[in-house]
Design a protein around this ligand. Structure first.
Ligand SMILES: NC(=O)c1ccc[n+]([C@@H]2O[C@H](COP(=O)([O-])OP(=O)(O)OC[C@H]3O[C@@H](n4cnc5c(N)ncnc54)[C@H](O)[C@@H]3O)[C@@H](O)[C@H]2O)c1
Length: 307
């Protein structure tokens, strides 16, 4: 697993170890941390490897989950050239590994491949509306190119690929300072600060709890050979930023107020997955309601921040 010490990767490690797999968890610790997998270090079926996916890797594996890539705008815009390299060179290196070992390989793609969509909700057949030269392009276009590589390796070298497009996912072990809306709101509320709303707060997002998403990964990895995706994984429940802020304030308690700031460039107005395909092909749909998932996430951040 690449990016295994990150937010999603560490939960996927937990789940795969429970199912009896052996894992090589590879990470360069750019946004991930050893702490996320500290509880696994004594497990003889778990091996942690510091490695950058932009360099080739020679190991023996029979499945590859390719998750390595900073996922939040603050992190992926910090070194945008490296972000594109991670997506593109990382994909090439991991596809090369899959080719050599015959491993099945799953790509963690993103709803950002749809850009600022004119179609709502977004089905997999929608090609997207992405700015190729903006500040978010290193991530969006990097992920789009990675998808292209996956499908070209499949067509050209007959690789056993699986591609999932992940929509906003949240839960324990999110990075506290990554600027993503759920962690932002929770950290602000727990610290007694005002909650920052960009624009008028009417833009909507859907939020998938991490346990649901991991279930979707596992289901996708075990679909029949010849089914490649891409498949949307996310929670179609749609909330405005204002609704989310109010729910977080209610669950955390405290007296945070709302602080309105200008909207950043290329911020999509709406994003909601169409999960018809995931339902039919993976027998998957999210189960955790936002309030329950937020409670778990708040408990994690309360402990982390000692708040
Ligand atoms: N969390 C979400 O809502 C979401 C949504 C869409 C897509 N995704 C995708 O899922 C994957 C995991 O995201 P996450 O939320 O866990 O983010 P994360 O930042 O917590 O995890 C990414 C991991 O990749 C590692 N990494 C980054 N560059 C690397 C490199 N060059 N070599 C090796 N490791 C590297 C980081 O250190 C980190 O551990 C990413 O590919 C992301 O694009 C996540």
């Amino acid at each position: 697993m690449t990016g295994g010490a990150g937010f999603l990767g560490s939960h996927l490690c937990d789940r795969l170890l429970k199912e009896g797999h052996d894992i090589i968890c590879l990470d360069n610790f750019f946004t991930g941390t050893r702490n996320n997998v500290l509880h696994l270090q004594q497990n003889p079926h778990f091996e942690l490897l510091r490695h950058d996916v932009t360099f080739p890797l020679y190991v023996e594996v029979d499945q590859i989950y390719n998750l390595a890539c900073p996922a939040s705008p603050v992190h992926y815009q910090h070194d945008p050239v490296q972000t594109t390299k991670t997506s593109v060179h990382g994909a090439i290196n991991m596809l090369g590994l899959a080719k050599r070992t015959g491993a099945r390989i799953l790509q963690a793609s993103t709803s950002e491949v749809y850009g600022d969509p004119e179609v709502h909700p977004q089905p997999e057949s929608y090609w997207g509306r992405v700015n190729p030269i903006g500040p978010r392009s290193c991530y969006d276009e990097g992920k789009r190119c990675a998808e292209t590589l996956f499908f070209d390796y499949q067509r050209q070298h007959n690789l056993d690929i699986k591609v999932v497009r992940i929509f906003n996912t949240y839960g324990p072990r999110m990075h506290p300072n990554d600027g993503r809306v759920v962690s932002n709101f929770i950290v602000q509320a727990l610290s007694g600060e005002d909650i920052t709303i960009y624009g008028d707060g009417q833009q909507t997002r859907s939020f998938c709890y991490v346990d649901d998403l991991i279930e979707g990964f596992i289901n996708m990895m075990s679909t029949e050979t010849g089914f490649f995706g891409p498949v949307n994984l996310g929670n179609p429940g749609e909330f405005t930023m204002l609704e989310l802020a109010e729910l977080v304030i209610k669950l955390v308690g405290g007296r945070s107020k709302l602080l309105y700031l200008p909207l950043p460039q290329d911020d999509p107005k709406q994003r909601q997955p169409d999960i018809t395909l995931a339902k039919s092909k993976l027998g998957w749909q999210p189960k955790v309601v936002l309030e329950d998932g937020l409670k778990e996430t708040i408990a994690y951040f309360r402990k982390l921040l000692n708040a």
